[in-house]
Design a protein around this ligand. Structure first.
Ligand code: ZN
Length: 47
């Protein structure tokens, strides 16, 4: 299960991404949103 997170981006502000528990550790999380079935924006996990 992924969640939506607002994260600190590089040049484009604060993107909202669906991330799994593992990949979210690679980001600076600004705020944590709701659970989602969207695939992980980084690794593509979609189970
Ligand atoms: Zn992932």
């Amino acid at each position: 299960m992924r969640k939506h997170y607002i994260v600190e981006g590089n040049n484009n502000g604060y993107p909202k991404l669906a991330l799994c528990d593992r990949c979210v550790q690679d980001y600076v999380v600004i705020s944590e949103g709701e659970r989602t079935y969207d695939e992980c924006a980084k690794c593509g996990e979609d189970d």
